[in-house]
Write a protein that binds this ligand. Structure first.
Ligand SMILES: *[C@@H]1O[C@H](CO)[C@@H](O)[C@H](O)[C@H]1NC(C)=O
Ligand SMILES: *[C@@H]1O[C@H](CO)[C@@H](O)[C@H](O)[C@H]1NC(C)=O
Ligand SMILES: *[C@@H]1O[C@H](CO)[C@@H](O)[C@H](O)[C@H]1NC(C)=O
Length: 478
């Protein structure tokens, strides 16, 4: 995923948008009655159908599971991770609406990009942009599938829980951790990637989120320990401050994480508050209740200033600076808060109130066919397709479908655990097979004869990889 460093370094051509295309206020817009479960489901169906039209991965010649991209391939604007977020949205879509139209596509996509046999969402194709957060967005799709009892994969395939565990295990492994800044994950997985030195909130927030959810689902204390350690680290380096502002990150080698990049993006808050609510639901500890309440109040104040969500650092009054990634962030916030309302019921009324006003605005950003805009405060479609439209579509769908938490609470259950009906197949050793970042195994005596050949092959591969990664530099977004 891109991070704030992206914005600083990116050559953004800022355009003043022309807003006069469509007028949602004169009855031409997208219609839904947010007080009617039936209407919400029907509207969600239209939005889900529109969103899937941006996915080409199951067509001939395309790559299964991903949205058109990545940018440097010339195939489209989306990085690999964003499809992981899209499948999360479809898992939740099934959970909220029970419409199974996309179950097979979702399952096929997640299982393919899990990249068997390692199954930890680290396909070698995407190495050059593979951050811990990118990997985790796919791992969180699998975790969500376990939590909402999404139909299991075929018996000969790994279970949803196993895929989430594989993701977590690779991130908890010693090779992802060092002493810089007293701990914390680097943003990128490969030290050869640009942005490796950045130790940021999203990478650590996603790891915290997965740990918290695995702890709650399995009851295994190792996950809870990792989650708490990661949370405490985020507080320690002051990426989360005493007023519950959530900042973007800092550099390790360069300044030991003491110079904090202060932009506040909603995706960081979404994974943190969702993870904190999981820890609260799991432990009932005051520490996590305080975290949920503190993050929630600050988040509503900051991201929903008039009851309508705005992506504050880049969605400015007179200028749109949000990139393709950031166009999808509102969806994560709406989905995360809806789940927080279920995990920490005392937050329900406060959350539902703000999600509703925000969703009413989101709906006004859509055209009758379900094409949606990014600027929900406009009261009409913004015509901003250049940096999407899949992110805008995910966000609007997330906003509309999660309205069902209030209208029909008995039907939309909170995420389950192994003790409350969850049956997904796990595997504590998942993710331990070799992957693209592992050194070659040590040579034994009888291997030595072939060692020269192997060295040549490895060297060739390394040089190839460096050239290939080098080609990626132009992005300037890392
Ligand atoms: C990797 O890229 C190749 C070539 O485009 C493609 O055939 C393959 O399906 C991709 N694998 C994954 C896991 O994306
Ligand atoms: C780096 O920062 C951590 C706190 O985040 C501190 O404990 C550690 O001593 C610092 N290391 C150096 C070399 O300054
Ligand atoms: C708990 O999780 C840890 C970390 O993944 C794993 O090593 C251990 O085997 C698990 N314990 C049980 C009882 O599953």
């Amino acid at each position: 995923m891109l991070s704030n460093t992206g914005i600083a370094q990116q050559c953004v051509v800022s355009l003043l948008l022309l807003f006069s295309l469509y007028d949602g206020a004169n009855g031409q817009g997208f219609k839904v009655d947010l007080n009617s479960p039936k209407s919400i489901v029907e509207a969600s169906k239209v939005l889900a159908k529109k969103l899937i039209s941006y996915y080409k991965g199951d067509q001939p010649g395309e790559i299964l599971g991903i949205l058109p991209g990545p940018p440097d391939s010339g195939r489209g604007p989306y990085y690999w991770w964003q499809a992981g977020a899209m499948w999360q949205t479809y898992v939740d879509y099934w959970h909220y609406t029970r419409d199974d139209t996309y179950v097979k596509q979702t399952t096929d996509a997640i299982l393919f990009q899990a990249d068997p046999p390692k199954n930890a969402f680290m396909p070698v194709n995407w190495t050059s942009s593979l951050g811990n957060d990118d990997q985790a967005f796919w791992g969180m799709a699998a975790m969500l599938a376990a939590e909402v009892k999404f139909p299991d994969p075929p018996a000969d395939k790994p279970g949803w829980l196993e895929l989430a565990m594989a993701t977590f295990n690779t991130q908890a492994a010693p090779d992802r951790h060092d002493e810089l800044c007293n701990g914390g994950l680097h943003w990128q997985i490969s030290q050869y990637n640009i942005g490796y030195d950045y130790k940021n909130t999203i990478a650590n927030g996603c790891f915290f989120n997965l740990g918290a959810r695995l702890a709650r689902y399995t009851g295994n204390q190792s996950y809870a320990d990792w989650a708490e350690k990661t949370w405490d680290w985020l507080i320690g380096v002051q990426y989360i401050d005493e007023d519950w502002n959530v900042y973007d990150g800092g550099y390790g080698q360069r300044d030991n994480c003491t110079v904090v990049t202060k932009s506040q993006f909603s995706a960081n808050v979404a994974v943190l508050i969702h993870g904190a609510a999981m820890m609260y639901s799991h432990t009932k500890e005051e520490k996590w209740k305080k975290a949920v309440d503190g993050l929630l109040d600050r988040c509503i104040e900051f991201f929903f200033p008039k009851g309508i969500m705005i992506e504050r650092p880049c969605e400015l009054e007179d200028e749109m600076k949000c990139n393709v990634d950031q166009h999808s962030f509102k969806g994560y916030m709406h989905r995360a808060l809806a789940t927080v309302a279920q995990l920490a019921p005392h937050t329900h009324d406060k959350i539902y109130k703000v999600l509703k006003t925000s969703t009413e605005a989101a709906v006004k950003s859509c055209l009758p066919d379900g094409t949606c805009g990014f600027r929900w405060t406009l009261g009409k479609y913004d015509g901003d397709v250049d940096r999407g439209p899949a992110g805008q579509a995910m966000s609007a769908l997330a906003a509309v479908m999660t309205m069902l938490i209030d209208v029909d609470p008995s039907k939309i259950g909170a995420p389950v655990t192994a003790d409350t009906g969850g049956t997904s197949k796990g595997n504590p050793d998942a993710g331990s097979l070799p992957g693209p970042f592992d050194p070659p195994p040590p040579l034994t005596g009888k291997d030595r004869a072939g060692a020269g050949v192997i060295t040549t092959v490895i060297l060739g591969t390394l040089i190839g990889a460096l050239v290939w990664m080098g080609l990626d530099l132009w992005e300037g977004e890392k």
